[in-house]
Structures are given as C-alpha cells and as structure tokens.
Design a protein around this ligand. Structure first.
Ligand SMILES: C[S@@+](CC[C@H](N)C(=O)[O-])C[C@H]1O[C@@H](n2cnc3c(N)ncnc32)[C@H](O)[C@@H]1O
Length: 304
C-alpha cells in the first residue's frame, strides 16, 4: 500500500478540527465507491480521522475497526457534536485501552489517541455492530442502517397500502429490502432495481432478497445513471442528510422518480405527514392520490 493510502478518513470530519490528507482513503459506507474497514488487514493504516456516528453500536463498531486497522503508534482522531455521541467518545476509547487527549471546539468533542500496543474489547464491539438479523426485524441488517432493528412504521403503512404491482420498477432508498420483498411478492413484477447510498443496506438487501428479478446498486440517487421507462417506483424517501433535516433530498427523490417513469407509470411513496412534498409532486406528476394516512404518515400514489 502506498504511503498516502495508509491514511484513512471516515465521513467528512470538518477540516478545521481534523485535517486529513487529500489522498486519504475514504472508509464510510455512506460514500459510494469507498473502501470498507472490513476488507483492511490489521495494522494496515497509520492515521485515521473519524466523523463518529451518533448511534452507540455503530460508533463503537467504527472506533473498534479503526483501532484494529491502525498500526501500533498510529494516530486516531475521532470527533462528533457533543450531543450526537461526541461526549461519549473519550470513555469509549479509554474502554478500549487508549489514553485520550480531548478538546472541545465548534460544539464538537475531538478525541485523539495513539493506538496502544494492547487494546481490549475490539472483537466484542465489532461483533455487536456487524451484520446481523435482529429478532424484531427478521431480516439481515446492521446498526447504522435506517431503522436497523425494526420495521419503520411509515414503510409498514406503505407496504400495507401497495397493490400488486406489475412490470419493471425501482425501489429508491431501498434500505435492507423490506419494501422490495413486498413488491417482489407480485409475480407480475418483471424487474426491480434496488438502490441505496448506504453500502451496508445494499449488502443486507442482497442477503435478504434471493430473486433473479432484483438488481442492486450502491449509489446516490441524485447521481445514479437511472433506468427510464419504468412502470413503477416505490420509496420512503429520506429527509435527514448528514443529520440535518433536508427536505430538498426528499424532493430530489421525487423528481428522480418522475424522470424514471414512463407516462402513466406510478410512484408510491410514504412520508411524514408534515413534509411539504405536494408542490414538487404536482410539478412532476399528472395526478396525486392520497392512499393512506395513519400514525403521522401519509401514503401517496402519483401518476406520471
Ligand atoms: C427512510 S429510509 C427507507 C428505507 C427502506 N426503503 C425502508 O422502507 O425501510 C431512506 C433510505 O434512503 C437512503 N438514502 C439516503 N440518501 C440517499 C441518497 N442520496 N441516494 C440513495 N439513497 C439514499 C438511506 O440510506 C435509507 O436507507
């Protein structure tokens, strides 16, 4: 491995808080095309900067993977906003046997540690955050994936409202494949493209769906060379992007769905009732029909 590839970065830590070399290897599963910690050998890297995830199991998994892949003496910098897990990083790294220097800046806690020769508890943290099938879900999943250990109530409402679909379609932001399984239960479906920006989700979906009609893509829907002329799209669009509410992302999903559909094709979507999707739906589709409304969610059928 060349020297500049021996530096890793996970996500996008603010440069002012944790500068990284331009050639650092991206390791976040939320960046399509990035490398995966899981494929790196023990001690492969000499420096890693991590924008630490907010979820405890996911964060401990990521810190443990970083310490596993760092060579002894290698430098780990991990940071997060104080109220999104930042306040816990120091204790977690100390629990793994690190001696930590912690600073606070721009509402972040920034923890730096040199990887000690001996570390403790990495295997347990990695096992707890690895791919698994939680009993409440009954599908392969992984901490960090959307609604990783239970069916999202909005997705459940959409699945209950879906008719038997037919022809070729796409599941945008497919997660671990819960909606796709419902779609593929219809024998009239000929093809289904499943797409998600989270590598862990697309890998879990591939494990959950053994069906020759399904094709999987790890990509950002805004940049994906999408199929066109589709008969249907299903989706529960995200409205959090990097932790900040971003309605524009959900609206981009709606515009992309419209571009993929043939005239007369249908988009079935679920959204939190308060989300303002009606204007963009009216702009991109010929007709929009409410199909269900319960528990704070609305299911809409939009005809291209
Ligand atoms: C609300 S979840 C729905 C997941 C799944 N369809 C379900 O019903 O359980 C939205 C999904 O969109 C994915 N996502 C977020 N931003 C994306 C983007 N720009 N391109 C593609 N997928 C994205 C997330 O990783 C997440 O799995």
């Amino acid at each position: 491995m060349a020297d500049d590839q021996r530096e890793g970065v996970y996500g996008a830590p603010p440069a002012a808080l944790a500068p990284t070399a331009p050639g650092a290897m991206q390791l976040s599963p939320l960046v399509p095309g990035s490398a995966a910690f899981e494929t790196l050998a023990d001690g492969a890297l000499v420096r890693i900067a991590i924008a630490a995830p907010a979820g405890t199991l996911e964060r401990r998994y990521t810190l443990a993977q970083a310490l596993r892949t760092l060579a002894p003496g290698g430098r780990l910098t991990a940071l997060a906003p104080k109220d999104k897990g930042g306040a816990r990083i120091r204790g977690e790294l100390e629990g793994f046997g690190c001696s930590v220097q912690e600073t606070s800046k721009q509402h972040h806690r920034i923890c730096a540690a040199d990887r000690p020769d001996r570390v403790d508890g990495l295997d347990a943290a990695i096992a707890a955050g690895s791919s698994q099938s939680p009993p409440g879900l009954g599908l392969w999943s992984q901490p960090g994936v959307f609604s990783w250990d239970r069916v999202d109530p909005g997705s459940a409402l959409l699945a209950a409202a879906l008719p038997a679909l037919a022809g070729a379609g796409a599941d945008l932001g497919c997660g671990v494949g819960f909606l796709a399984l419902k779609v593929l239960a219809s024998p009239a479906v000929t093809r289904l493209a499943l797409l998600d920006i989270d590598r862990r989700a697309t890998q879990a979906a591939q494990r959950n769906i053994d069906d020759p009609r399904a094709a999987f893509a790890w990509a950002d829907v805004r940049a994906w060379p999408a199929p066109d002329g589709l008969d249907f799209v299903v989706m529960n669009p995200p409205f959090h992007d990097g932790g900040a509410e971003d309605r524009a992302l959900g609206q981009a999903f709606i515009r992309r769905a419209a571009q993929m559909l043939r005239k007369g094709g249908r988009c079935w979507l679920v959204a939190n009732r308060h989300l303002p999707y009606e204007a963009v739906l009216a702009e991109a589709f010929a007709a929009v029909t409410p199909r269900a409304d319960a528990g704070g969610y609305k299911v809409l059928e939009a005809e291209r």
